[in-house]
Structures are given as structure tokens and as C-alpha cells.
Design a protein around this ligand. Structure first.
Ligand SMILES: [Zn+2]
Length: 187
């Protein structure tokens, strides 16, 4: 069954592009994340260490030059994500070796584009025979391009679950006031 998840629109007007073109990596904070530290690589290109999680427990390291991105602590088999200390180590290690020049800062997408991006990301995460939990951290790798708040993301997940319950199911666990979202298997 073909899912009509994506809306097509004419090329959007971007009245905000002029101001964003002048955004500088030194001060850029993508919407929806907290930039905790900035590192410079061997040629001065910035590497962001940010957290997208409300508790700032896990972090993401992202190079604004070479597309390097890390969300997990490879040295810690028990950890689900990068705690601050490990994230700093990872960022330093990358800064010591990377010589990539800065890429342009991604333009903040309009809502339709961001929604398409989120839905593509969800579909890409689908597995053949098991449910996949979709929380905010599911989108860690997309936060620099998505540039939306956690609230916006959760709201979109709810819309997706409402429109496509065959794709995303919702649970309301007794221990939490928040709904949880699960991506159903592809078969
Ligand atoms: Zn790099």
C-alpha cells in the first residue's frame, strides 16, 4: 500500500533566508537543541557538542565541516548514548584530526519540509519484524537539519500516529503522563 505521507508544494518562498545566510557557526544554535560546547578542528571549522534531550543527559557531536556525527559512546557497551564526558572526548579526538573547511550552515526548513524530513526519517527506521520506539532521541542525527523543538517533534509524531495508525502506534504507559510512540514492523 502506498502511503501518502509526503505533501508536495511549490518551491517555498524563503523570506528568512537573508538573515540566515549571515548566521555564523561561532554563534549558531540550531532550534530545539542546547549547544553545550564548541570545538575547532585543525583549520578552525567548528564541531558542535549539543544535547537535544530535555534532561541533557545524552549528547551529539557534529562537525560543521565533514559531516562527522556521533551519538553513541563506542567505548561503553552499556551506555545508550554519549554522556558529557565521553562526548567531550569524542569531540576532542575529531578536532585533533579533521581538516575539513566549514560547510554552509543548513537553512531552517519550513514546516512542510521539516515534516517530510521527519516522516522520511521515521520510515527509514522501520524494521522488518519488530517495533521500534520513536522518542525524541530517534531524531538525534537530524537535529541540525530539522531545527525544531522537541515539542514540535512530539506533536508531529502524534499527527503521524493519528493519520497512519497502521504505521505508528501510541502507548499511554501508567508511569508517565507522556504518550510513547512505536513504529510498527514493515511486515
Ligand atoms: Zn570533521
Amino acid at each position: 500500500m502506498a502511503l501518502r505521507l509526503f505533501t508536495r508544494h511549490p518551491a517555498p518562498e524563503r523570506p528568512e533566508a537573508a538573515s540566515e545566510a549571515t548566521a555564523r557557526p561561532e554563534t549558531w544554535t540550531p532550534e530545539g537543541v542546547t549547544v553545550v560546547q564548541r570545538y575547532a578542528n585543525q583549520v578552525g571549522t567548528l564541531i558542535l557538542l549539543f544535547s537535544a534531550d530535555d534532561n541533557r543527559y545524552y549528547h551529539v557531536v557534529a562537525c560543521l565541516g565533514c559531516h562527522y556525527m556521533e551519538t553513541t559512546d563506542l567505548d561503553n557497551a552499556y551506555s545508550g548514548g554519549l554522556e558529557l564526558k565521553a562526548a567531550a572526548r569524542v569531540a576532542n579526538a575529531h578536532a585533533a584530526t579533521c581538516r575539513a573547511l566549514p560547510r554552509p550552515i543548513p537553512t531552517r526548513p519550513d514546516d512542510d519540509t521539516a515534516r517530510d524530513q521527519l516522516r522520511r526519517c521515521v520510515l527509514n527506521g522501520q524494521r522488518r519484524s519488530q517495533d521500534v520506539r520513536i522518542g525524541v532521541s530517534f531524531f538525534d542525527r537530524n537535529r541540525l537539519t530539522l531545527q525544531r523543538t522537541n515539542e514540535w517533534i512530539i506533536n508531529e509524531l502524534q499527527r503521524l500516529a493519528d493519520a497512519h495508525p497502521e504505521l505508528v502506534r501510541t502507548e499511554h504507559p501508567s508511569y508517565s503522563r507522556r504518550a510513547e510512540y512505536y513504529l510498527r514492523p514493515s511486515n
